[in-house]
Design a binder for this molecule. Structure first.
Ligand code: 2AM
Length: 198
C-alpha cells in the first residue's frame, strides 16, 4: 500500500492496466505519430503510466480509504474476466488524443459504473459525465488548442492484440510540483483486486 500524503488525502482512481506486450505494441504504433507536424507541441503521456480509467475519485481522505477499497474489492469480484483490445484513434475536441478500447465494452462500461458507484457511496465528488472508454496518449499544452485530426487518422489502422482483463486496479496520481514545465502526474499502483465471478 502507498503511504498516505502529509495532508491525509490521496488522489485515487480505478483503472485497468493493459499487459506489457500490448503496451509495447502501442508504443510502436505511437512512435511514428510523434514525428508528425504539430506532435512536438503536445504533452505525450509516458508509456509506463498508460491505463484505461474506470472512475476518478479525486482527493480521497484517509478515513474513507479502506471503505472505498472494500467496495472496490466487492465490485470486482462480481465480474468475470473479459477480453479487450485497443483499436483506432479518437480525440476529445482539440485537447486530448486517445486510442480506443474494443471487445467486451458492455462489461467494461458496467465495471466502470460499479467503480464509480463505489466512490459515490463514499460521497466522493465523482463527475456525472458519460463514460467513454479510452487510453490517453497526448494532451494539448496549456490553453493552446491542437489539430489532432491527422493523429487520429494515423491511428485508424492500429489494432492491438486482445487480452483478458483479470483485475481492477487502484492507482494513485501524484501531481508534479507546480511550476515545473512539461512535468506530468506520476501513477502508482496502490492495490488490485481480481475479477472473480464465474
Ligand atoms: P484522461 O486520461 O481522460 O485524462 C488520472 O488523472 C486519470 O483519471 C486520467 O486517465 C484521467 O483521464 C482520469 N480522470 C477522469 N476525470 C478526471 C478529473 N476530473 N481530473 C483528473 N483526471 C481525471
Amino acid at each position: 500500500m502507498a503511504s498516505v500524503g502529509q495532508t491525509g488525502v490521496v488522489r485515487l482512481f480505478a483503472a485497468l492496466q493493459p499487459p506489457d506486450a500490448v503496451l509495447t505494441q502501442l508504443r510502436s504504433a505511437v512512435r511514428p505519430l510523434r514525428t508528425l507536424p504539430g506532435a512536438d507541441r503536445l504533452r505525450w503521456t509516458p508509456p509506463p503510466g498508460w491505463h484505461i480509467t474506470l472512475a476518478f475519485f479525486g482527493e480521497v481522505p484517509e478515513e474513507k480509504r479502506s471503505a472505498l477499497e472494500g467496495r472496490l474489492f466487492r465490485a470486482a469480484r462480481r465480474y468475470p474476466a473479459f477480453p479487450l483490445h485497443l483499436a483506432g484513434g479518437g480525440r476529445f475536441g482539440d485537447r486530448v488524443l486517445w486510442v480506443g478500447v474494443q471487445g467486451a465494452r458492455r462489461t467494461l462500461v458496467r465495471l466502470a459504473g460499479s467503480a464509480a458507484a463505489a466512490g459515490r457511496r463514499e460521497h466522493l465528488g465523482l463527475e456525472e459525465r458519460a463514460y467513454h472508454p479510452h487510453l490517453t496518449l497526448a494532451r494539448a499544452r496549456g490553453r493552446t488548442p491542437a489539430d489532432l485530426r491527422p493523429l487520429v487518422t494515423a491511428l485508424d489502422d492500429f489494432t492491438g492484440d486482445p487480452w483478458q482483463v483479470t483485475e481492477l486496479v487502484l492507482l494513485r496520481s501524484r501531481l508534479p510540483a507546480s511550476g515545473v514545465p512539461g512535468e506530468q502526474p506520476r501513477y502508482e499502483r496502490v492495490a488490485a483486486w481480481p475479477l472473480a465471478a464465474g
